[in-house]
Design a protein around this ligand. Structure first.
Ligand code: ADP
Ligand code: MG
Length: 351
């Protein structure tokens, strides 16, 4: 048989490249909400509200009272790789903001319709402008605005038929969005969060922005959860091992659930660490008589050089330097907390 002709190699159109890349950064409506809320937090907001229509496919709207966006920056706001947060690669080591790669807003404009309304301190009025494929659709228009920024993403994945179909039929992104905002709300207790469906008065997540961690957990996850939590702290400053500081809330022996809830922050970033989650589940199974899965809120502070933040935007799974040591220390702290609370309970029932 004749050998097959080699196919011609050509360069992809930038619009194709951008749409493919954007579809990776913004995988589903939840990814978009995460990026927008992180931007609001980076902007120093103390109030963030999220409105969602059709699981985020029709509309995602995030409003904040942060520092706003400068008028001069609006033309490049949604271009790829434009950011106010990072300049030199070395800055990554010590970066405190959640964002830094300047990809999120751009990505949303390649797979949806983005409208930004923003006002900065001391301005008489704000500006509103819509974006498509990284660029402004028109000059920014003056408009009335309250302090901060509101970003609207409409018709997400309008140009990705297969993705839209899959998401439409699954229809559970609103649940995922509520779960995400819940996780943000119980960590950032100085920020008032709300999350609701478009057209609904009632918010499905609501925090006041001025309450204790336990109060925030109570208003987000309910009384039944908050009632069965214990505060936990642990630290290790022996430099020959690994330096860390941990505080959190973990469920006690009375708590009953079929699924583990693990809200994990490392250096104030919401992350996932499967190894740590499994290790904690093992301790619970071994220590408590009832085979309940735990509720864990845990915030761990590590030296920034022990955490690599330069991972793909969607990869929430972290790996840490000295991970085994840290997992072991957390297991130890949780085990002794569970043991001591169990003993207290026994003594109480005996007397
Ligand atoms: P990154 O967060 O990685 O910098 P983004 O694409 O998410 O990239 O945002 C680009 C820039 O737009 C940010 O660096 C920030 O200056 C500005 N920005 C985005 N959202 C907000 C907001 N809600 N308030 C103020 N500035 C914002
Ligand atoms: Mg960002």
């Amino acid at each position: 048989a004749m050998a097959m002709e080699p196919p011609k190699i050509h360069r992809l159109e930038p619009s194709v490249v951008n749409r493919i890349a954007a579809g990776e950064v913004i995988q589903r409506p939840t990814s978009s909400v995460k990026e927008l809320v992180e931007n609001s937090l980076d902007a120093g907001s103390t109030s963030i509200s999220v409105v969602v229509k059709d699981g985020g496919l029709k509309l995602i709207q995030v409003s904040d009272n942060g520092h706003g966006i400068r008028f001069e920056d609006l033309p490049i706001l949604c271009e790829r790789h434009t950011t106010s947060k990072l300049s030199a690669y070395e800055d990554l080591q010590s970066i405190k903001s959640m964002g830094f790669r300047g990809e999120a807003l751009a990505s949303m404009t390649f797979v949806g319709h983005v409208t930004v309304t923003t006002i900065t301190e001391g301005q008489m009025h704000g500006y509103r402008v819509s974006y498509r494929d990284g660029v402004m659709e028109h000059e920014p228009r003056p408009c009335a605005a309250v302090k901060g920024t509101q970003i609207m993403v409409e018709n997400l994945f309008y140009n990705m038929t297969a993705r839209r179909k899959t998401l439409q039929s699954s229809n559970d992104d609103y649940t995922k969005i509520v779960d995400l905002i819940s996780r943000f709300a119980i960590h950032n207790v100085d920020v008032s969060f709300s999350c609701r469906k478009h057209g609904m008065n009632r918010a499905d997540v609501h925090t006041s922005g001025s309450c204790s961690r336990l109060d925030a957990i109570r208003s987000v996850y309910g009384l039944a959860v908050a009632r069965d939590l214990m505060e936990i702290t642990a630290s290790d400053d022996d430099p020959s091992r690994s330096i860390f500081n941990m505080n959190g809330f973990i469920s006690n022996a009375n708590y009953i659930a079929k699924k583990t809830t693990m809200v994990l922050y490392i250096n104030d970033r919401l992350v996932e660490c499967t190894a740590l989650k499994r290790a904690i589940e093992i301790i619970y199974a071994a220590t408590l008589p009832k085979a309940s899965k735990p509720f864990i809120y845990m915030s761990i502070i590590l030296p920034s050089e022990h955490v690599d933040v330069n991972v793909h935007p969607t990869k929430r799974e972290v790996s840490l330097l000295n991970q085994e040591n840290i997992v072991e220390s957390m297991q130890g702290a949780i085990e002794s907390k569970l043991m001591s609370s169990n003993t207290t309970r026994m003594f109480q029932t005996q007397t």
